[in-house]
Design a protein around this ligand. Structure first.
Ligand code: MLT
Length: 332
């Protein structure tokens, strides 16, 4: 009887102790589905935060815009109503101009360059975004080039873009880049894109291959062009107000977990991208590769970098950030 009672008390202690030890909860929101590398990053972050904080911080994940659109959630993170988010960098830009340097068209040539540049830039970026928006990046996910999909025709040259209604994230750099190619894009929040494509309000959009699969764009889009103008980057960001409540040890746990989690997400993305291309072909999409006149696209978009400096936190910061990126790429 006594042994049974002791076993009961022990079992109770085992189930309640972690709950007693838990001091903080991070609610983490993102806009993708549960097979997307964004979600894989979120799961790894949860696991590692639990491990490195010895169970003192719990992470709850809310995928697929459950807590609101990326624009709504970032406002909530700034107020610490929601503590963490993995949005597209393009959707962070409106509240934190300095991240715009990562959206400069044709900044990175491939994912390896992007990883070196993003990791090197993290401390300097945090000096800016903590002040601009009350948010902090603990790592930056990368999901390959944003490729153009549409339902009307194969886009093989810059002239083929004419007349297409292409949705872009609502930030100045994406908008002006498309204008440099001679079209007026349609800025729109991410949460509305699938329905707008389905209803023909827009003809196309641009996001990575993996997103075309996980968001089921192959059901409503026909053509893909590999425009290499921007690599999808998205910070694993947390509320600065929340971060400042943590002890230095717990801050370190969150920082380590973030850096390692985005690394896992990047690897998942590399694996999934090749699979996504095959899947999209099997599901009837036409993959045209890069535009035949890619140099024209590149020249037009890079030709207006100077116009963007005011949108990315000023020329001094832009030059400093570009140099950090270039040095990191060169020393790889
Ligand atoms: C967008 O196009 O708004 C984003 O890239 C979507 C996302 O967060 O994956």
């Amino acid at each position: 009887m006594l042994v049974r009672a002791l076993a009961f008390v022990l079992a109770l202690a085992c189930t309640t102790l972690p709950a007693l030890a838990q001091e903080y909860t991070i609610r983490l929101s993102h806009g993708d589905n549960e097979t997307n590398p964004t979600h894989i990053t979120a799961l790894k972050f949860k696991e590692l935060v639990d491990k490195y904080s010895d169970g003192k911080i719990a992470v709850q994940i809310f995928p697929a815009n459950q807590l609101g659109s990326e624009e709504e959630v970032i406002r909530a993170v700034r107020n610490n109503t929601i503590q963490a988010q993995i949005p597209a960098m393009a959707n962070v830009h409106p509240v934190a101009p300095s991240v715009g340097v990562l959206l400069l068209p044709y900044l990175f040539s491939n994912s390896e360059e992007a990883h070196a540049g993003l990791d090197a830039l993290l401390p300097a970026l945090n000096e800016h975004v903590t002040k601009e928006a009350g948010i902090r990046f603990v790592g930056i996910l990368e999901k390959g080039f944003r490729v153009l999909t549409n339902s009307k025709r194969a886009v093989e040259t810059i002239d083929d873009l004419k007349g297409l209604k292409i949705r872009v994230p609502p930030n100045e750099i994406s908008i002006k880049t498309f204008r440099s190619w001679g079209v007026e894009p349609v800025p729109m929040g991410w949460a509305e894109v699938f329905t707008a494509l389905q209803q023909g309000v827009i003809d196309g959009q641009e996001n990575p291959y993996t997103t075309a699969v996980t968001s089921k764009f192959y059901e409503i889009q026909k053509y893909i062009t590999e425009v290499h103008y921007q690599i999808w980057t998205g910070p694993l960001l947390i509320s600065e107000a929340f971060y400042q409540k943590l002890s230095p040890e717990l801050q370190d746990a969150v920082d380590r977990a973030g850096l390692e989690a985005v690394q896992v997400g990047r690897e998942a993305n590399a694996e999934q991208t090749a699979e996504a291309m095959a899947f999209l072909k099997e599901h009837g999409m036409t993959l045209s590769g890069a535009p035949q006149d890619e140099e024209k696209w590149r020249e037009a978009a890079r030709g207006i970098w100077g116009d963007f400096y005011a949108n990315v936190g000023g020329e001094e910061w832009a030059n400093q950030a570009i140099k950090i990126v270039e040095d990191a790429v060169a020393s790889k």
